[in-house]
Design a protein around this ligand. Sequence first.
Ligand SMILES: C[S@@+](CC[C@H](N)C(=O)[O-])C[C@H]1O[C@@H](n2cnc3c(N)ncnc32)[C@H](O)[C@@H]1O
Ligand code: SF4
Ligand code: SF4
Length: 318
Amino acid sequence: MTRLSVAQSVLYDAPRTIYFYATSYCNSNCSYCIFRNSNLEMKREHLPLDLLKKVVKESNLLKRTSWVIQGGEIGEHPQAAQIAEFLHLNGHFVTLLTNAIHIPSSIRMLPFVDAITISFDGRRHDIVRGAPGNTESIFEYIKQVREKAINPVDLTLQMTLGPWNTNLDEVIYVKELADEHHVGLRINVASDTGVLGNGNYTQNIEKLAKIEVYFESEGENFTARYLREYVKHLKGERLPCVSTSIYSTILQDGRVLLCQGLDTEEATIGNLHDNRFDDIWNWAMDTRKELRTCNKCGLSCQLMGDIKFDETFYAPES
Ligand SMILES: C[S@@+](CC[C@H](N)C(=O)[O-])C[C@H]1O[C@@H](n2cnc3c(N)ncnc32)[C@H](O)[C@@H]1O
Ligand code: SF4
Ligand code: SF4
């Protein structure tokens, strides 16, 4: 089998990661996110644990997936710890994506998670997120995770860049804090489209390019490459999108999405209240192939998928 044919077979058989929005409730009010608690148009609901169990048990395709569990804020889900426990005990790699506002609910999930990503957007974090005291709770949470975790947990800060914090100074500030606390740093660029999109964010290409050069000089090649690809995306050129074939998204109301970058209606391929995950995934096979040339979004979860896939498998057709 050539590298390319390995890549093709890996592409369409099963999703590698599920982005699971277990709840649309949130205890924060981030101006750039559709789940912000002041958004009165957002229907608030939780995906029941029983439905999750049924979906996973009925599925052959979800046997080896990793799960990124989030919301809204997953700690607001009354069964948050049981969700993490169920996935963990079924052998899935579980990443908790949290704002760390309510420390006890995130700590309850600790025995069942392999990695934790905590959102932190820089000096103006509490203001942009409408969450006074959040910066303090993030670093307290990191301290408690270190004290209480029985197994090693991979800790990462995620900085989402919007016009309010896209400058090198801010990024260096967050990077230095991440280094001081011995946690990783992941960069994500705010999007005005897709599942989370809320507004019109015009990104400054020059500032992003400077940030890219900084990460390259720090040896953070993966982040540098993400930003390079993002700049290419802004200029209308980039790699084909494979993320719809290696990821899937499940929303709190049971909808399954092709990706997080398309508008939610357009991305919806089925609902777990009505159909099995495997059927929904397989029905959308042709659409997933067509979307390889989409180029609509530059979300980190999607672009990084392309980069990881590209570095692992991609070989140009000769
Ligand atoms: C939707 S939140 C859910 C988890 C948790 N509530 C949190 O804030 O970490 C997951 C990540 O999405 C990011 N996010 C929110 N709105 C976004 C947008 N419009 N574009 C890109 N990322 C966004 C947040 O900054 C956060 O890091
Ligand atoms: S980014 Fe996270 S914390 Fe902020 S409103 Fe969205 S879901 Fe809530
Ligand atoms: S580029 Fe890929 S992830 Fe982004 S909107 Fe298009 S299909 Fe979705």
